[in-house]
Ligand binder design. Structure first.
Ligand code: SF4
Length: 342
């Protein structure tokens, strides 16, 4: 993980002067900057984690490098807006697959045309949605990879929509041919299409997502609307300036407030820059993939966000996420924020 400041602390610990060095570097930091400490004494790790928790910073990473350890922490809380807390278990995310027709340079789960599909599969989705309905789930979000690459996506989405109102995250580029047939089968009153569009003009969108993708996404948005779907537009941006420019575009297009999502690039997956988010920064939103149950969709293949490999029974998987959240609370965690993916 890259850092804004690199500090070689040698054998120093909190008992032998490390704190003074850390404070000195923090004085030069802006909120959100990442600080790396490279040291020879592993005992620094637990102390650094405790210090981070009590001081409102966040330990993000610890890696071994040639017999030494490199810790990375972020200065201050994640700069994302807080929202009302959603109860854990009211939202359910399903990663139907991990392959994608695109290869965006900031994809938080490293999807691409060559990524392995790692499919959740219709049978598992049907069991999940049946049990989720019994647990009183309020919203389902279906994402990937690109969900519309799957031939049985219509059956998957019908199963989700029967359990709860469902939003599908898509790049909107596959609504032709037999996939347009898949769209026709879906209940418009229970399914919303959240289509990724990063900018008002092609340059920025195409820079991250590939040449020509902006124009094809715009066509996809029109097709989805022509099929009678409610469409939300979701932008992933790097700066406040980009966010403001997109907001102006949405105003001009008269997009309703509920149909707008603007979020920052997260430093996860393929991204080489962005907002570094740790488990302590995120209010959990139960996220199920073929590989298990994760804390949040923004890191749905990262081991630090894996809660359990066991999906069933779903009641136990929800309980496991709640228990993990309670444990975070026991550490006086004050940092958790909603990181909006939808
Ligand atoms: S960001 Fe979305 S469209 Fe881009 S590679 Fe990842 S899953 Fe595919």
């Amino acid at each position: 993980m890259r850092a804004d400041f690199e500090l070689d602390i040698g054998r120093k610990t909190f008992a032998s002067g490390l704190l003074l060095e850390v404070i000195a570097v923090l004085r030069r930091c802006r909120p959100g900057d990442l600080v790396a400490l490279l040291g020879d004494d592993k005992s620094v790790g637990p102390e650094l984690e405790t210090w981070c928790r009590f001081t409102g910073n966040s330990l993000l990473d610890a890696t071994a490098e040639q017999g030494r350890t490199r810790w990375v922490f972020r200065c201050g809380a994640v700069p994302v807006p807080a929202e009302d807390n959603r109860p854990v278990g009211s939202r359910l995310w399903l990663y139907t697959n991990f392959d994608c027709n695109l290869h965006c340079d900031y994809c938080c789960v490293r999807s691409s045309p060559t990524a392995q599909r790692r499919e959740l599969g219709l049978a598992r989705v049907q069991r999940i949605t049946r049990e989720a309905a019994e647990l009183g789930i309020k919203e389902i979000f279906v994402t990937g990879g690109e969900p519309f690459l799957q031939e049985d996506i219509d059956e998957i989405l019908i199963s989700c929509a029967a359990a709860a109102p469902t939003t599908v995250l898509t790049n909107g580029m596959l609504f032709t041919g037999r996939r347009a047939e898949s769209l026709r089968a879906l209940p418009r009153d229970r399914i919303v299409l959240q289509i990724s569009l990063d900018s008002a003009t092609p340059e920025l969108h195409d820079l991250h997502r590939g040449p020509g993708t902006w124009a094809r996404t715009r066509e996809g948005i029109q097709r989805a609307r022509a099929h009678g779907f409610r469409v939300r537009l979701a932008a992933t941006v790097s700066t406040d300036t980009e966010a403001e420019a997109f907001r102006q575009f949405l105003d001009e297009e008269k997009i309703a407030a509920d149909d707008r999502v603007i979020r920052r690039i997260a430093l996860r997956g393929s991204a080489s820059d962005g907002v570094a988010v740790s488990r302590a920064d995120l209010v959990p939103e139960v996220t199920i993939t073929a590989d298990g149950v994760y804390w949040h969709p923004v890191g749905a293949e990262d081991t630090d966000l894996l809660v359990t490999r066991d999906i069933f029974p779903l009641s136990e998987c929800f309980a496991a996420v709640r228990r993990a959240f309670d444990r975070e609370g026991e550490h006086a965690n004050k940092l958790a924020r909603i990181f909006n993916c939808a």
